[in-house]
Ligand binder design. Structure first.
Ligand SMILES: [Zn+2]
Length: 87
């Protein structure tokens, strides 16, 4: 029985992500107290160090930013500029 071999060679030779390097940037978080407006780093205690209120909100740094993806052996260099999203 001649098995029909699907032409999977190209897709099966390792995953595209095998040589990829992800560059993440960690954004320092900032909390702002809604009660008194004091902004501080969450490395401190969550309640506002100035007034003790727990009604605070995160203004930055909730997530990592993905700066770039380098794929070794990629035919074309990454031409796209890194996207900076500031919400
Ligand atoms: Zn406060």
């Amino acid at each position: 029985m001649a098995a029909a071999q699907p032409n999977l060679a190209h897709g099966a030779q390792g995953t595209p992500a095998a040589g990829a390097a992800l560059h993440f940037r960690r954004v320092p978080a900032t909390l702002v107290c809604r009660a008194c407006g004091h902004s501080y780093s969450p490395r401190q205690a969550l309640p506002c160090p100035a007034c003790g209120s727990e009604d605070v909100r995160v203004t930055a740094g909730e997530e990592f930013y993905l700066e770039a993806i380098d794929i070794s052996g990629a035919a074309e260099p990454a031409a796209a500029a890194p996207a900076y999203e500031t919400s």
